[in-house]
Write a new protein. Structure first.
Length: 356
């Protein structure tokens, strides 16, 4: 979790990431909290009902301390109206930057416009706003999530059969990216696999009910793609009720791939209850959301290209940059599936192996 020592030399034109300079910037009162000489920033947590976001909540104050930032936090509980109100609270508290993870990526536009008018830089984490400007988006390539899940299941099912996709919220860029990429990959590479797409709005109870209905109607379903670990508990419960929660050596096994990389997923992969996940970097989301807020306060700018932390900054539209952090496929054997390499579930580089 330690940041690199800041350098005072120029960054190569090919590098996307301008390192925070120890030689520049001001610590004047215009960018600091009243109680200290540290810049005051606000972080809105989008929810606290999943292991992934609870991990992000745990990492955030650690990263703030390492970066020398004072921190104010709120929790919008998956409600854009609460997020809007929390933004007003941050403004009244005099924060110099805000990190947020809007779950409704369309409805956040007016709040972003207000922040821009007040010259308060915003970094969005995990999600990208449909419209509006932010200083930086910090997320992984969510289309790659869908593609990796597709290649894994397509390989395991030998290119034929039926799978259920438990979609997230389609009002979120993440849900749309994962859904579109999974469907496109299946159509292009595994046309003999039938996909049952089920909208769940990131609700575990809804996901479990729809999976149960699909398995009842189609008992020959052999694969499940959960777009997040929100569906993990319910999926395992349904498979157990159906007598399908058996190891991969059993012909009744249903192959399950998830997205998140929480400790429980990694344990279940090792135990043969699920088969794969894509590890979203909860630790790096916290680290680089605050890193970019500090950079914004310090007047730094960035360009598209490779970074010094195994990621790529891309320009997703005019004036909007996104740092796409690494998110590896994780399996029990660390094999390659449909050309996609994976890490073993016990790999020590995975943040999920350092929690829980």
């Amino acid at each position: 979790m330690r940041l690199r020592t800041a350098l005072c030399s120029a960054v190569s034109a090919l590098s996307a990431l301008a390192l925070v300079s120890a030689c520049g910037g001001s610590s004047g009162s215009s960018t600091t909290s009243a109680a200290s000489d540290k810049p005051l920033v606000g972080v809105d947590y989008p929810r606290s009902d999943t292991d992934f976001w609870n991990s992000y909540i745990k990492y955030t104050p650690q990263s703030a301390k390492q970066l020398g930032l004072d921190l104010k936090t709120t929790n919008s509980q998956n409600d854009v109206a609460k997020l809007t109100a929390n933004a007003q609270t941050f403004i009244s508290q005099g924060v110099k930057g805000v990190a947020m993870a809007p779950q409704d990526t369309a409805a956040i536009a007016p709040t972003l416009a207000q922040m821009e008018a007040k010259k308060i830089p915003v970094v969005t984490v995990d999600t990208r706003p449909d419209t509006g400007k932010v200083y930086m988006v910090v997320r992984a390539d969510n289309r790659a999530y869908g593609e990796k899940a597709c290649q894994f299941l397509g390989t395991k099912l030998d290119g034929k059969g039926k799978v259920v996709m438990l979609q997230g919220g389609l009002d979120s860029i993440n849900g749309r990216d994962r859904t579109e990429a999974f469907n496109e990959c299946m159509k292009a590479n595994y046309p003999k696999i039938k996909v049952f797409g089920e909208a769940t709005n990131w609700d575990g109870a809804v996901a479990a009910q729809k999976l149960q209905t699909d398995l009842t109607a189609h008992p020959d379903i052999k694969g499940v793609y959960m777009q997040s670990s929100f569906a993990l508990s319910g999926t395992l419960q349904v498979l157990k009720q159906k007598g399908l929660l058996v190891g991969p050596e059993n012909k009744k096994h249903v192959f399950v791939v998830s997205n998140d990389g929480i400790p429980e997923e990694l344990k279940n992969i090792a135990a043969g209850k699920i088969d794969a996940t894509v590890s979203q970097p909860a630790d790096l989301y916290a680290k680089y959301a605050l890193y970019y807020l500090k950079a914004a306060i310090d007047g730094k700018t960035f360009k598209p290209g490779k970074t010094d932390h195994d990621s790529t900054i891309v320009q997703v539209r005019d004036g909007l940059l996104e740092d796409q952090l690494s998110a590896p496929l994780v399996t029990v054997d660390g094999g390659t599936y449909g050309g996609v390499p994976s890490l073993k579930s016990d790999d020590k580089s995975l943040w999920g192996n350092h929690l829980g």
